[in-house]
Design a protein around this ligand. Structure first.
Ligand SMILES: *Cc1c(COP(=O)(O)O)cnc(C)c1O
Length: 355
């Protein structure tokens, strides 16, 4: 790939205090443009800076925008890795198809990320649980107010060093089951990682927080009865001896972490069922203590234990509000693979060659 490079005059200071999530950004940004005549062209890595935009740029009005999220890790073996980036590349294509954005070939997606991360490798933090969060995104650039797919787009990648999600170790969260607002509906954009989905989820999140809960558990958009996702994570429930999670691909986002955890669970001999779970059955299982453990899965937190469910005035505590044994075990198995502390038996690590 031909990438124009513009060197920064002064590099930023690397952060010394707590990293948090998504507040600090590295020195450079990757950009590449698309239009009907030229297709993808003008790839560049340039100093991180403001984006100048016409106020009539289509993305600002009609939310034709998609994104991805993955991480780069400094492995225990001293190498730099991505985790299953081709899954993100495929999902990005599916999201872009749904939102009428152009297709970015898988190799180009992964190659662009590798080039930027290679340049910014000194930004990959090395503390326990720390990594470099990668945010590729695409948006409509055409200047016009007519409602139609834009005729030009920009693809960008920014990088953000992030801290351990739980600096004090995993801690269960309290979940509000949202019985009015919904996140996704049949035929909609639930499976796509698009900006608008997040805009639509904010009110539920704000409501949950006001009531003292950390996240929302979303129910399906047709009957508001079936469990779908928790915040922007996939949700899993250990009931009796089976892990149940909602089927992905239509109203549920196909998470890379979800897929990885399912494979790890099955490998450990644990039954996994991808099916629609009725909220009444979930609450009943919680009440009877047949719901042994529950957790969310996503790139940012990796695994987030669920300690409490609140639904229509009823409150149920899960596993005495402690991180479950299985929850901890899959977290350890997955993070050992990601940080190269264990053998990569699934071939999930993608090494970044630093020449
Ligand atoms: C990104 C995302 C997830 C998690 O996907 P990962 O690939 O595991 O990070 C789950 N649900 C929603 C709505 C998301 O946007």
């Amino acid at each position: 790939m031909d990438i124009r490079f513009v060197k920064r005059k002064n590099l930023k200071e690397k952060p010394k205090d707590a990293l948090g999530f998504g507040t600090k950004f590295t020195d450079y940004v990757f950009n590449m443009d698309w239009d009907e005549d030229e297709g993808w062209h003008d790839a560049e890595i340039v100093p991180y800076d403001d984006v100048k935009m016409d106020p009539a740029s289509m993305v600002l009005h009609y939310a034709q925008a998609t994104f991805e999220g993955l991480k780069a890790y400094k492995g225990a073996d001293g190498n730099y890795y991505l985790f299953r980036p081709y899954m993100n590349a495929k999902r990005f294509i599916n999201s872009n198809k749904r939102l009428c954005l152009p297709e970015l070939p898988e190799d180009l997606f992964v190659e662009s990320i590798k080039e930027l991360v290679k340049l910014e490798k000194d930004w990959i933090p090395e503390g326990e649980g720390e990594s470099l969060y990668i945010r590729p995104f695409m948006y409509a650039k055409e200047v016009k107010l007519g409602v139609a797919p834009s005729k030009s787009y920009r693809f960008s990648i920014i990088l953000s060093p992030v801290g351990a999600y739980y600096p004090q170790g995993m801690a269960p969260v309290k979940i509000y089951v949202e019985d009015e607002l919904t996140r996704a509906s049949l035929g909609g954009t639930g499976f796509a990682k698009c900006a608008g989905n997040y805009a639509a989820s904010l009110l539920g999140q704000v409501k949950a927080e006001k009531l003292g809960y950390t996240q929302v558990l979303w129910l399906d958009g047709v009957e508001r009865k079936y469990v779908e996702e928790v915040g922007s994570m996939n949700a899993m429930f250990l009931i009796d001896d089976t892990v149940i999670t909602a089927p992905a691909g239509e109203t549920v986002l196909p998470g890379v972490t979800r897929d990885s955890v399912i494979k790890i669970l099955k490998d450990k001999g644990i039954k996994v069922e991808e099916k629609h779970l009725h909220i009444d059955d979930l609450m009943a299982a919680a009440k009877d203590k047949r719901l042994k453990e529950a957790w969310g899965t996503g790139t940012a937190a990796i695994i987030s234990p669920i300690g409490e469910l609140f639904y229509k005035g009823e409150e149920e505590i899960i596993n005495d509000f402690k991180t479950g044994e299985l929850t901890q075990e899959i977290y350890d198995t997955l993070t050992d693979i990601q940080w190269a502390r264990s053998e990569d038996k699934y071939g999930w690590r993608e090494k970044i060659d630093i020449d």
